[in-house]
Design a protein around this ligand. Structure first.
Ligand SMILES: [Zn+2]
Length: 318
């Protein structure tokens, strides 16, 4: 994998990363005696001693450096531990701070990361995207949709312009049944999570917008609508643009749009966030909801894009 070659070497990683930060990342609490419950066996009294570069368990009679620890804890190969550390080193918690802090946005996501995750997408993952999301291989490859192995999640890059010809503003991960608990516990029942340090309110699909566009609330719904040829965007969360602080960025992203067709989800809670999102936009906003269908993806399982076009034409002339 090209990414590993260009990234920081194991030696430097080992010097820069305190293994206690990795423990903190996984919420393994180290007490004032530098001991913690060993994660590798049933442990009632802390048997594991952790210093800045090494962990040793008196019960197991074994020791781990940061690489050994990640290998065993995440059940991954050595090369994947390098990848994991390179990916997460910026967002590892400071060991002096007990709780995790929301990081400031540290800029676009490296395209090597997105390429790497794209290369991890197996035939089975593609089948899910084909069958459940109606996305084609050509579209998946154009957008570099991928699979993040340590989170068992789909990765969806939010390109700031044309896919592969622009920066990656953020990456959104769609968690699955197989996603590990250390990730799912941060998502508060949401199936989506961002990349720590590289997450902020964002829209997917902005390059597809014309002087009109669709605003849907659902990343995969937006991707399908774009594949179908519609100008369409979706935010990385129903409420991310609903505040005074984030609204100016939405207005900037939609500055060339004269008319926006907003497609609400069937769920009431999401609708109020959506209404707050479209409030105070300078363009002409046409709001509708599908009566019999929950979202665009669901609609498309039983209808073709032409029918959808006919449907929105009824809402108001383009
Ligand atoms: Zn142990």
């Amino acid at each position: 994998m090209g990414f590993a070659d260009q990234s920081i070497s194991p030696k430097v990683l080992k010097r820069e990363i305190n293994i206690q930060q990795v423990f903190a990342y996984f919420d393994i609490e180290i007490d004032e005696n530098s001991k913690c419950l060993c994660p590798f066996h049933e442990d009632k009294n802390p048997s594991m001693l952790v210093n800045s570069e090494f962990a040793y368990c008196f019960a197991c009679g074994r020791g781990w450096d940061v690489f050994d620890f990640l290998k065993e804890y995440l059940q991954i190969e050595f090369n994947d531990t390098l990848f994991w550390l390179n990916t997460n080193k910026e967002s590892l918690p400071d060991v002096k701070i007990k709780s995790r802090r929301r990081g400031e946005y540290r800029g676009p996501v490296s395209s090597e990361l997105v390429q790497y995750w794209h290369s991890c997408l197996t035939h089975e993952h593609r089948m899910i995207l084909h069958e459940k999301r109606l996305l084609t291989d050509a579209f998946i490859d154009e957008w570099l949709l991928g699979w993040r192995p340590d989170w068992n999640a789909f990765s969806i890059p939010f390109w700031s312009g044309v896919p592969q010809k622009s920066e990656i503003d953020i990456v959104q991960f769609r968690l699955t049944e197989e996603s590990p608990e250390f990730i799912t516990k941060y998502t508060h029942d949401s199936k989506f999570i961002g990349l720590p340090g590289h997450n902020r309110p964002s829209l997917i699909g902005t390059h597809s917008l014309k002087d009109w566009g669709l605003l849907v609330f659902g990343t995969f719904d937006a991707l399908l609508a774009i594949q179908d040829g519609f100008p369409c965007v979706s935010p990385n969360g129903a409420s991310v643009f609903s505040t005074k602080k984030t609204k100016p960025r939405l207005i900037e992203l939609l500055k060339d749009v004269k008319r926006l067709y907003v497609i609400y989800d069937a769920t009431e809670s999401e609708r109020s966030s959506a209404q707050k999102t479209v409030k105070d936009l300078s363009c002409d906003v046409v709001e509708r909801e599908f009566v019999k269908h929950t979202d665009y993806g669901e609609y498309r399982l039983y209808h073709d894009p032409e029918e959808f076009m006919t449907e929105i034409l009824k809402w108001g002339l383009l």
